[in-house]
Design a protein. Sequence first.
Length: 161
Amino acid sequence: MTVFIKGKDAFSFAFKQFSDTVYRVAVHNSANFSDAEDVTQEVFIKLLETNKVFRDGEHLKAWLIRVTINLCRDKIKKLSRETLVEHFASDKSYEEKNDILEAVKVLPENYRNTIYLHYYEGYTAKEIGKILDAKENTVLSWLSRGRDALRKELDGGFDDE
């Protein structure tokens, strides 16, 4: 017999039955316990906000785990972006420039815009592609080349390309 679960019933049931599971999955997929706690809260907020109807408890549990993993990935990606910016911010040649945006500003236009939109505004490659009217793979290439060029700039100047 299939029992459908939705809304506040899903939340109450999920919180009682699966909050420990969600937290454990978050701990195993997060950089630290604080992030795992944040993700756990975000998962249950998403559950409150969704209109999804779950076939049964297992379907609900699978959805919670998938959402937990995805949110953890998002946090790790954000951490990776922040780590890159912090790395450049701590670079001695950056200190001489006094502002990492100055280093970004001297990049070629496509690299400059892509780096800025991705690292400072948080857009994905797909979103940047829509904004700049470029294919996603092209944006990924610009990001890679832009990071390489930025590293060179922060290490002492561009090589002529």
